[in-house]
Design a protein around this ligand. Sequence first.
Ligand SMILES: Cc1cc2nc3c(=O)[nH]c(=O)nc-3n(C[C@H](O)[C@H](O)[C@H](O)COP(=O)(O)OP(=O)(O)OC[C@H]3O[C@@H](n4cnc5c(N)ncnc54)[C@H](O)[C@@H]3O)c2cc1C
Length: 436
Amino acid sequence: MKTIVIGGGPAGCAAAYTLGKKGHEVVLFEAADVVGGRTKQLHRDGFNLGTGALFLMGGIYPRTFALLKELGKDRKVVPWAGASELQDNDDSRYRVSFVNLASYLTIPKLTLGDRLKVITAGIKLLLSKQASNAFDSRELAKYDTKEDLESWSRRNLGDRAHEYIVRPLMDFLYAVPASWLSLPFPLSIIKQANKMALSVPPEGVGQVSQWLIDGAKNTTVHVSTPVEKVEKRGNKYAVLAGGKWHDADGLVMATESFVAAKLMNDFISEPVRATLMETPYTEYAHVQIGWAKNPWPTYPVDIVMPVGFGEERNIGAMVLQSRRHPNAVPPGGEAVGVYFNTPPLVNMTDEDIKREALEGAIKAFGKAPEPIFVHLFRYDKGLTIAKPGHYERLEAIYDKMPPKVFLAGDYFSQAGVEAAVFSGERAALRLDQTLN
Ligand SMILES: Cc1cc2nc3c(=O)[nH]c(=O)nc-3n(C[C@H](O)[C@H](O)[C@H](O)COP(=O)(O)OP(=O)(O)OC[C@H]3O[C@@H](n4cnc5c(N)ncnc54)[C@H](O)[C@@H]3O)c2cc1C
């Protein structure tokens, strides 16, 4: 059958790959000049910079790694230890491993009582039932108690552990206060923390989408070809892209949710349209700063995360890019990715963000000469955020879609490559079922 996938981020690429595997003819339209969406790489002055996503998370990303294994690429990814340092207000530094939650118990700011509380909460969590798949919105919906992560964390771990463990992790991963996040996703992830490992494809996270498309059978990809309109014509669909109408027996809509709502405006119900339009995306910004000669070749960790009890902070994390994947920087060079928290962005100009990023990098890693570039990536819709009630709302519309149209995108779960891949594969499998 003839299928069209709209959007070439990891969700659309996983959908195209899966539909092709099932024997369908696939045409994928991507608005940008390459596939990858918010995991795209930017090549500049010999640097290969992530415009968005930084890493994959090992066993926590089961469908991503299952597809990479089918493609023979799972062993091509480069493990990254993610050695980290928390930088306190008074510049004290605490060494932790980003992926080893137990390492946070060594932070001297935590009292014995704090540590006992964290250990007790950890044991209770391990014994509790949580979503076994943190990226399946149907499962997550079942565990949504409507409590937010911050209130859970302060109640179960205490204020100091919240400030020194939960806040820095969430600032880096989601750039929003934990009070904006619902519980089922983080609790499911913490319960599986033993499977957590960081890795990056040699050309950056954007390579995941490229690998999926390179391995996709029966698939034609049109980049720089935004879809302008979609019409339902009897039992089929027609898609206007590149100045031509293209027919399809079924569709996977793998754009951001609000784009899907606009494209399908004429043939979806009002509740579906409203849910897609209202799915929250937060503003997001990060800055990549490059040096031809690495100012800190021997710095002992790869990630610095500012912390401080009760302090408001603009920056969530600073990451040495040369440590992340082998081709990130030219020989001898270095780049720092500075990742901002969302709430302060509303009052910051582009120049404020760039200036603060450079000051932050120097404060974190030490003196440096003038960089060769300071590049700001500012998204007005950067990351999807699952607030309490999110999964139930999204699941409710999944089955209210017009026949043979399935939605995919990281917004079904919590932002992340696995969320996108899981949703893309699910949409393709459901479409395959209805077409057969
Ligand atoms: C700064 C940042 C850091 C991140 N870090 C990580 C990380 O370390 N690890 C991780 O797992 N995730 C990370 N993420 C999240 C990850 O990038 C996203 O979850 C993932 O890209 C979502 O994939 P998607 O396919 O659902 O959507 P997208 O990647 O947004 O892809 C949607 C695609 O649809 C295309 N499109 C839109 N409109 C049209 C149209 N009309 N016609 C055709 N195409 C269209 C867009 O151009 C885009 O390519 C990060 C994101 C950001 C922004």
